[in-house]
Design a protein around this ligand. Structure first.
Ligand code: IPM
Ligand code: MN
Length: 334
């Protein structure tokens, strides 16, 4: 009844606790969202990780999902379910804004950059094999198709949000062929967007510069191959107060899945210690994506107010509040 159905994947570890905060705050804010919770417990089919059909059907039907963190085992075992989801729905662009929270003090003032990470290939292609004992090859796959797709998205995004500067981050000095292809695609796509400035920077230099002074990155959209985006987005999270604060959106033509940049934090799971802000900000990106700007702003303002007051914040931010106490404070601030 006037509500949008959204698939909810609560996730592992701290996932259920932080999802609960989102649900509570959304209902207190009368956000017109009806959650459809799905189970994504992986099953193995012919040696491949598969997501249960009902979960796939739900995401396909609703075309929007909010997702908590899913644990990814190190070493042998099933392929990361996170990656399986990204691949299943062709979520080719991973948008990771990194913006200082006014009132929450860090050594860096006013960070405001956006990373866009290629999300389907590169070092995450999962093509690995043992050549002989003690020698392993992992293949970094870069295709023109996926590169152009994410680059075009990045330029269009920059234009839409009025950033008007795209910077490709690469290591084409060493990865001559793979990053070289990515870079040449970037140059080509930039010609389609004459109103958007374009340049490129080596990854290592970008890391050095951004931690020294993030200000020059503020008006930019940084676009890069998969693994670089994984690492750089955690690094940038460190500039604004950590992974408890950074949201993301995984975008394809038909489907968008919003999730926090952080993992499932099994060490603090079930103790009400987790900071739900990253998932909350992801849910705000989701509302904006759906055109529900008023609800997005209302919830976001309440979050920022509580964070700036600093009285009811979680341990990762130096406070003592439990997850639900923080969520209650946000509800009061609505
Ligand atoms: C992220 C995460 C994932 C990744 C893991 C959980 C597979 O670190 O979204 O950044 O490496 O992409
Ligand atoms: Mn990561």
């Amino acid at each position: 009844q006037g509500k949008y159905m959204v698939t909810l994947i609560e996730g592992d570890g701290i996932g259920p606790e932080i999802s609960q905060s989102v649900k509570d705050i959304f209902s207190a804010a009368s956000a017109p969202i009806k959650w459809e919770s799905v189970d994504v417990t992986p099953t193995l089919k012919d040696g491949k990780t598969v997501i249960p059909d009902a979960a796939i059907a739900s995401v396909t039907r609703n075309s929007i999902a909010l997702k908590g963190p899913l644990a990814t085992p190190v070493g042998k075992g099933h392929v990361s379910l996170n990656l399986t989801l990204r691949r299943t729905f062709g979520l080719f662009a991973n948008v990771r804004p990194c913006k200082s929270i006014q009132g929450y003090k860090t050594p860096y003032d006013n960070v405001d950059t956006v990373l866009i990470r290629e999300n389907t290939e590169g070092e995450y292609s999962g093509i690995e094999h043992v050549v002989v004992d003690g020698v392993v090859q992992s293949i970094k796959l870069i295709t023109r198709e996926a590169s152009e797709r994410v680059l075009r998205y990045a330029f269009q995004y920059a234009r839409d949000v009025g950033r008007n500067k795209v910077r490709a981050v690469h290591k084409a000095t060493i990865m001559k062929m793979s990053d070289g292809l990515f870079l040449s695609c970037a140059r080509k796509i930039s010609k389609e967007f004459p109103d958007v400035e374009f340049d490129a920077e080596l990854l290592d230099n970008a890391c050095l510069k951004i931690v020294s002074d993030p200000t020059p990155y503020n008006d930019k959209v940084l676009v890069m191959p998969n693994l670089y985006g994984d690492i750089l987005s955690d690094m940038c999270a460190g500039l604004i107060g950590g992974l408890g604060l950074t949201p993301s959106g995984n975008i394809s033509k038909d489907v968008a899945i919003f999730e926090a940049v952080h993992g499932s934090a099994p060490d603090i799971a079930g103790k009400a210690l987790a900071n739900p802000t990253a998932l909350l900000l992801s849910s705000i990106m989701m509302l904006q994506h759906m055109g529900l700007y008023e609800h997005a702003e209302k919830i976001q303002n309440a979050i920022f107010k509580v964070l700036a007051e600093g009285k009811t914040i979680t341990g990762d931010l130096g406070g003592k509040a439990k997850t639900h106490e923080y969520a209650d404070a946000v509800i009061k601030a609505l």
